[in-house]
Design a binder for this molecule. Structure first.
Ligand SMILES: [Zn+2]
Ligand SMILES: [Zn+2]
Length: 354
């Protein structure tokens, strides 16, 4: 078992208690085993999950918490059995680093739904250690949970794809939202929502953004390429869009009504939920009368993650990011809580630990 403390081989920043304040920390990563890849982390995206587990929001934080599950870097060592990677490859690691590798879900490349799936941080791995994430200088993972970042794709921009990107890409592909000419609504314009807009445009969809904030109109249209922008509290505008959309991706983190959005779907339309509101309340007629579907999703399986990275490179889809150094992380998490970020913080790990 790897040591959990001491003057370890990996430099990181960790939260020590529910205040969530992060500070420098050292620990030991395991040595590379036969199926493992070790990567030097160059960048790590900052996800709202990092707020949740550094601050013990779910009462399950295992301190010290080293957050970060949008990891990009360069392979520095591979185990003797590794087939897919070599030293120097650009790679990513997402929200999970282990699974049973033998259940129905694992055998269908749905490792994210494996009952024994191990999150990238704040979970007990099969060797008994507590997983530690990407706010650190290197990570060792089995090659199954490591993904090739195509040549030429900037590592800083690749990082947010490993959680925010795959979270919206998976339901969009599963529900066949990649049909040019059809219409998509995107609720919320944060880290996830802005990626849904970009994927929507790449799939050839007519994209309408629903936001509570007028201040996002200009960027939604001119920077992200949305076709239409609607303030969700404007009942007249909402009314005019009834039965008009084929698809909706709901990325809103906070509580919001569902009936007004479901009524915007055409007959047979699909609304994919990727956020975690405290409860979902809707009137049965919102679903039944239009034969509509409300569907849930969380991140994605290994096959989808690799496919998405290739799709983003081929279609030049790049997250909008604000690059920070690790010593800005406490301010960044505070700003993230206030939704004051366009649209994802990415930590320049490589230049933060010199
Ligand atoms: Zn995340
Ligand atoms: Zn499994």
């Amino acid at each position: 078992m790897a040591s959990e403390s001491g003057d370890g081989n990996c430099s990181a920043w960790a939260a020590r208690d529910p205040s969530g304040v992060l500070s420098p920390y050292k620990f030991n990563r395991r040595p590379v085993q036969s199926g493992d890849v070790s990567l030097k982390i160059t960048h790590c995206g900052v996800c709202y999950a990092d707020v949740i587990w550094t601050r013990n929001v779910h009462n399950d934080s295992i301190y010290p918490v080293v957050p970060g599950h949008e990891i990009a870097g360069v392979v520095t060592e591979v185990g003797s059995d590794v087939k897919g990677f070599k030293v120097g490859d650009h790679v990513g690691v997402g929200t999970y680093v282990n699974s049973c590798r033998d259940c129905e879900n694992c055998n269908s490349s749905l490792e994210n739904h494996c009952p024994e799936s191990v999150f990238t941080y704040n979970r007990i791995d099969t060797d008994g250690t507590v997983t530690k994430g990407g706010y650190s200088t290197h990570i060792v993972v089995h090659e199954r949970y490591c993904f090739k970042i195509p040549d030429g794709y900037p590592l800083a921009k690749a990082a947010p794809l490993l959680c925010a990107g795959i979270t919206v890409y998976t339901p969009m592909v599963r529900h066949n939202m990649n049909q040019p000419g059809k219409s998509l609504g995107v609720i919320g314009l944060g880290g996830l929502g802005h990626m849904a807009v970009k994927f929507g445009k790449a799939f050839g969809l007519k994209v309408t953004v629903f936001s509570t904030s007028e201040s996002k109109r200009d960027e939604a249209i001119n920077l992200l390429g949305a076709d239409n922008f609607v303030i969700s509290s404007n009942t007249q505008q909402m009314e005019s869009l009834k039965n008009s959309l084929h698809f909706i991706v709901d990325t809103a983190a906070g509580d919001h009504p569902f009936d007004p959005y479901l009524s915007l779907l055409k007959v047979g339309g699909v609304m994919a939920l990727v956020g975690f509101p405290s409860e979902i309340k809707l009137h049965p007629t919102s679903l039944n009368l239009g034969s509509r579907t409300l569907s849930g999703s969380v991140v994605g399986g290994t096959k989808d993650i690799q496919e998405m990275l290739i799709f983003c490179a081929a279609n030049k889809i790049y997250p909008e990011i604000e690059i920070i150094k690790i010593d800005y992380i406490n301010e960044a998490l505070t700003r993230l809580i206030k939704r004051d970020v366009k649209y994802r913080f990415v930590i320049d790990i490589e230049n933060s630990f010199k």
